[in-house]
Design a protein around this ligand. Structure first.
Ligand code: ATP
Length: 423
């Protein structure tokens, strides 16, 4: 097959789009180069969830998927692709056929690129296929030529918490395969298709917002709006109008009538972040809405009905606050129809390597892609992460800046504020 050179001047824009899904940046970048030379426009994803994000943004013609993904079972992911994008070609990166997808004329072109890559790698003695970086013992004989994470460190981590054989449930955008995260994923997958109210509890930075997003995206409301309201970010005096809307002249400054967030979410999901910050008086009105689905704008005599699923999140001990009278107990019970707890990072440190991979690949979209040098994961593992995944993201972003032009983050680049260091 002849390859059509890619014209960088733009007269021959890339017309075919493919997502390369592999946890191995070297595999991704080699495929990107080869495919770009054949006029494929290539998007990269380090895992299944990231690939799903790309697919959500716009359709692609094909997916090249590695033999192992950090966040999803390849079979689960392939099944998901088959259901949601039945006309898209999915090819496993080792060239194995996929029974779930059709054979397009361009499939041969992609297989040709894979063969080219294999041949060029064999020439220099390297094995190109991506090895499962985080679970090296599953495929001990295949290691990538330049692993970004030192395998011995990963073995240590794997010893702490063996990877469960339970299939990984899919939570879009959420990385993790620890037992706790699998349990969370299974709970979310079960409740998402229902209309039950969900209360997401967990420390700051654990990913509660991502879980709320997953509940919406995995529900049959996903094509309808997801409206987010952070109860802590809006002054108490404005919160009621923001939620319920108002008529013109309902209060000083209400120069025109306005739809509230609840109404804006009709048919979809309303995510109330930091629900613990909602004033008590408004909690009573919220409870009434949750009980009967009826809505009355401020200043309006009319009552309307809306179909809104409510998902709330809090980092506060809401049950305790309810017992102390700081939060309405009846509202707590109404919200906590289905409570889910997002575990703190320190209780699922086995997720840390794949979170690091994920965050570095995200940072790599904005600037130079980096990998972790020897000894760096040990430093990260010694910390207790009070700010959880958000803190990890900040530490890695700082490390990435401090590493300058180098593609490798070294131990001195990792600066964790001593105030929050593990004792
Ligand atoms: N499991 C995860 N996989 C990938 N990214 C994650 C994960 N958990 C958290 N993050 C990232 O960490 C950051 C914080 O997550 P998020 O805002 O969802 O946390 P939160 O629990 O809602 O925090 P807060 O209580 O402070 O609002 C985000 O950038 C998010 O993308």
């Amino acid at each position: 097959m002849s390859s059509v050179p890619f014209n960088f001047q733009g007269s021959m824009a890339p017309v075919r789009t493919v997502i390369v899904v592999s946890p191995d940046a070297a595999v991704r970048s080699r495929l990107r180069l080869l495919l770009a030379g054949m006029r494929w426009s290539v998007a990269e994803a380090a895992g299944g969830a990231e690939a799903m994000g790309h697919l959500d943004e716009r359709p692609h013609e094909a997916l090249l998927v590695d033999t192992w993904l950090p966040d999803l079972e390849v079979s689960e992911f392939s099944k998901w692709v088959g259901v949601h994008f039945p006309s898209m070609d999915l090819i496993h990166i080792d060239g194995a056929p996929s029974s779930t997808t059709p054979r397009s004329p361009r499939r041969n072109e992609l297989l040709h690129v894979l063969r080219q890559m294999e041949e060029s790698s064999v020439g220099d003695g390297a094995v190109w296929r991506s090895a499962p970086l985080v679970v090296p013992r599953l495929v001990p004989s295949i290691l990538p030529p330049a692993p970004r994470i030192v395998v011995s460190e990963l073995r240590e981590l794997n010893r702490v918490e063996p990877i469960s054989k339970t299939p990984i449930m899919h939570l879009p955008g959420i990385v993790g395969s620890s037992v706790a995260m699998r349990e969370l994923a299974s709970m979310v997958s079960m409740v998402a298709p229902r209309s039950a109210t969900v209360l997401i509890e967990g420390e700051t930075g654990t990913g509660k917002e991502l879980v709320a997003l997953a509940v919406h995206r995995l529900s049959d409301r996903s094509s309808k709006p997801l409206v987010v309201l952070n109860c802590a970010a809006i002054p108490e005096s404005l919160l009621e109008a923001e939620l319920f809307g108002h008529t013109r002249g309902a209060f000083t400054g209400a120069v025109q009538s306005r739809v509230g967030r609840i109404e804006a979410a009709n048919g979809g999901t309303l995510f109330l972040d930091e629900i613990g910050e909602m004033p008590l008086a408004l909690q009573a009105k919220m409870l009434r809405f949750l009980e009967c689905g009826e809505l009355q704008r401020i200043g309006d005599n009319e009552i309307s009905r809306v179909d809104v699923r409510v998902v709330a999140a809090t980092h506060q001990p809401l049950e305790q606050h309810a017992a102390e009278g700081k939060f309405r107990l009846d509202l707590y019970h109404r919200l906590a129809v289905f409570p889910v707890e997002v575990p703190p990072l320190r209780e699922r440190m086995e997720d840390l390597p794949m979170l690091v991979e994920h965050i570095l690949s995200q940072l790599g979209l904005r600037s130079q892609a980096k990998r972790m040098g020897e000894g760096t994961l040990e430093i990260l593992c010694a910390h207790t992460w009070p700010g959880n995944v958000r803190e990890l993201g900040h530490v890695l972003e700082r490390a990435s800046i401090l590493s300058g032009q180098s593609a490798v983050i070294q131990p001195p680049d990792i600066r964790i504020r001593s105030r929050s260091r593990a004792s």
